[in-house]
Design a protein around this ligand. Sequence first.
Ligand code: DGL
Length: 271
Amino acid sequence: MVGIFDSGVGGLTFVKALKSALPNYSFVYFGDTARVPYGNKDPETIKRYSKEAADFLLSKGADVIVAACHTVSALAGDSLRENLKVPFFDVMNPLAETVLNTSKNGRIGIIGTKSTIKSLAHKNKLEECFSKSKGEYSFKKLEVFEQACPLFVPLIEEGFIKRPETKKIIRYYLRDLKLKNIDTLVLACTHYPLLNKQIQSAMGKNAALIDPAEITVKAIIEFIKNNPQLDAKLSKDKQSQFFVSDDPERFANFGKMWLDENIKVQKARFS
Ligand code: DGL
């Protein structure tokens, strides 16, 4: 089974992308809704929570684990990759090439939670990939501009997607990025694709928005294709299981809204 975890409901945007690309595969999801948000916690705490989440998914039979959370990917991705005994994917590592290929002018923006932006992980990854390149990108100099947008997650979770207040807050956070003439903007938080239209209209049409979920799903599909032994282990009976550490009903409501389907959600019991 494919195991997916997130700090809470945000990973449902990843589930949506995964389900549309691999509709028959079964997966098990864990959302740490009792301890969300991770986005303002320190790296040690995020590493500890992430390890507990991954162990929980292993106990449910996951054969591959995906951290569908940028805060986890930025702060705990490397340690999970080193320590897990099953293949591990995060939503940050597969990004760099696509992002650099998308940009024409080498001016790239990244938005995410406070912890993600403070870690500089996405920025460092892009710079590392660019410095190893041999002139294959259409620009000679890379400039990465980052912005934390801490109010986006609570606004989305409160359903304030189309509210005028939200538009104002989006414009407020993005005002500096807008002045930087960026042509590519990475949505480095699982919630942000839900504000896609509003972010696009605040940035203008010259900035291409990148949703990392789609890129990560492609990387997973490629990996599965190249590893038939792993693929043989993954069940394909369309059975999805959702576990949360707090209030299954609230999560099920998000499932209904964001996945457009009724999902059965169980309370996770840690042994
Ligand atoms: N899912 C988180 C992320 O992608 C955002 C929510 C949180 O702060 O935990 O970074």
